[in-house]
Design a protein. Structure first.
Length: 116
């Protein structure tokens, strides 16, 4: 199979697969397992399929909104999300479409122009 015809699988992981917080046992375990799956698939399928994982930090989603309400009950949702965002490397919560663009970028890369 030529490089030009390679397929791509992009899976969504999480920073919790590498470093986590209290009360995230099941979530962190599943995301760490996903990273192992990505590595194993990349080894087994690497000559035919590029397998990548995107492991984002928090982004605006219903789950993040629910967490903000749970962990910052004294603040309204928008204030809680803003405050939490300030603790992140980017200084804010990412938008869902940013994650989507990253996945699309990885899925459409020609394999000869970038290897991640």
């Amino acid at each position: 199979m030529s490089k030009a015809s390679l397929s791509t699988i992009v899976m969504i992981g999480s920073v919790h697969g590498q470093a986590t917080a209290p009360a995230r046992i099941a979530y962190a375990t599943s995301k760490a397992g996903l990273e192992g799956l990505v590595c194993a698939l990349a080894v087994d399928l690497g000559d035919r399929v590029r397998v990548k994982a995107v492991c984002p930090g928090p982004f605006d989603s219903p789950a993040m909104s629910a967490a903000a309400k749970r962990f910052s009950p004294a603040l309204d949702e928008a204030e809680a999300l803003t405050a939490f965002g300030r603790t992140q490397a980017m200084g804010r919560i990412r938008e869902a479409d940013e994650l989507g663009r990253t996945v699309a970028f990885l899925g459409h890369l020609r394999p000869d122009n970038l290897q991640l």
